[in-house]
Design a protein around this ligand. Structure first.
Ligand SMILES: [Fe+2]
Length: 266
């Protein structure tokens, strides 16, 4: 049986395709991103930069997916830049409530458009010792390892739609990146990169293109979550990530941007 995943209708206010519902819907305006944006919002402060649909399921599997330990979410990011900066999400790191120093990984899948996944560590200073921009197109899956701050950017000229699967036990922590005024690099709408001047030190930006397979991921994430949920349960295994990422952990996260699920329990 093939499971058709959700789509997002076109239009000024994106909406889920028929038969799909979300547990929570949200949106962020340019003004909501002021604390992490390179260019302060001017007259465009009210403009919605992206929409979120969390806990998405089709009406036939609502019960199954709401009781799942995993959440399937969608994010729709407009193609309109923020000044000279490429449109992006606010950015966060995952924490595990009740488990200090632990974090969860997250799987992303591009459904429409051309994405950039920015991942970095964040140390006091602020300083970063790893900063990567992984580009991905429709159909590609990217793993964001536990403990890394991350943001999704729209690097294309059309809207971007990405899906993600994340453990429901995970919580998003935004304040650390906001204290650093955003990512270690601001990515320009023309593709260039500017160092965030608030950082005391940053590494060279490592650029890569998603490729190959993420282990244990086959077909669309939605189909896999509905048909073979046990194959994604490793996303709910928290990984130790504090007080700071070790150099070894950073090394494992370099290269393709993928990390074997086997390594997630290290
Ligand atoms: Fe996340």
């Amino acid at each position: 049986m093939s499971v058709l995943g959700p789509r997002v209708r076109q239009g000024p206010r994106p909406a889920l395709s028929r038969r799909f519902v979300a547990e929570h819907e949200g949106r962020r305006r340019y003004a909501d991103l002021a604390s992490v944006a390179a260019v302060a919002p001017g007259r465009g402060w009210r403009r919605v930069q992206y929409w979120t649909f969390a806990g998405v399921s089709d009406i036939g599997t609502v019960g199954q997916l709401r009781e799942s330990s995993l959440s399937y979410d969608l994010t729709v990011i407009t193609a309109r830049p923020m000044g000279w900066e490429a449109p992006k999400t606010r950015g966060h790191v995952h924490t595990a409530p009740g488990l200090p120093g632990m974090s969860y990984p997250e799987l992303y899948e591009v459904l429409e458009g051309h994405a950039g996944f920015f991942v970095q560590d964040l140390r006091p200073g602020p300083r970063a010792t790893v900063a990567k921009l992984i580009e991905a197109s429709a159909g590609q899956v990217v793993l964001v390892s536990a403990g890394l701050h991350h943001s999704t950017l729209n690097l294309g000229s059309t809207r971007l739609v990405v899906a993600d699967v994340i453990c429901r036990d995970s919580a998003d922590e935004y304040e650390e990146l906001e204290a650093a005024h955003g990512l270690a690099y601001y990515i320009r709408a023309d593709g260039g990169a500017e160092v965030n001047p608030r950082y005391r030190s940053v590494p060279d930006l490592e650029r890569s293109v998603a490729g190959g397979q993420v282990p244990d991921v086959e077909g669309s994430l939605y189909e896999q979550l509905v048909e073979r949920p046990a194959s994604l349960e490793w996303l709910c295994r928290p990984v130790r990530s504090a007080p700071a990422l070790t150099r070894d952990t950073v090394k494992r996260n370099q290269g393709t941007g993928f990390r074997s699920p086997d390594g997630l329990t290290d």
